[in-house]
Design a binder for this molecule. Structure first.
Ligand SMILES: [Zn+2]
Length: 119
């Protein structure tokens, strides 16, 4: 049986592969996407939390979240709604996939996996 650590690495690998599928899909749709923040050190997550931007135990700290940057006609999109098609596609790719646009405080460019046991 896999140890806790190797299970986590497998989740991270699944997340990375699924994120690639999302980026490829977006580019096939003509959506220009680039990478934003992926891994976030715990100390930075604590600082962000104090600043009211993000949570302390973010999935970014476990390399299970990524922020993508969407550009339409060369303009970076900050509005959650601009990411809705990507969010819907993301959720179709894996049962662990959650889109930040569905959060109580919407975060449209955030794409994450939740832990297996929470699915
Ligand atoms: Zn994020």
């Amino acid at each position: 049986m896999a140890s806790g650590n190797s299970l986590r690495v497998q989740q991270q690998a699944d997340f990375a592969r699924t994120l690639c599928h999302l980026i490829l899909w977006a580019q096939q749709q003509g959506l220009t996407t680039t990478l934003g923040e992926v891994e976030r050190p715990t100390i930075l997550a604590e600082l962000y939390s104090k600043m009211g931007k993000g949570i302390k135990d973010s999935q970014h700290c476990d390399r299970l979240a990524a922020d993508l940057r969407l550009y339409l006609r060369g303009v970076y999109q900050e509005d959650t709604q601009a990411y809705a098609r990507m969010g819907e596609q993301w959720k179709k790719l894996d049962k662990r996939a959650r889109w930040g646009g569905d959060f109580a405080k919407p975060d449209g460019n955030h794409f994450e996996f939740i832990d297996e046991e929470r699915v």
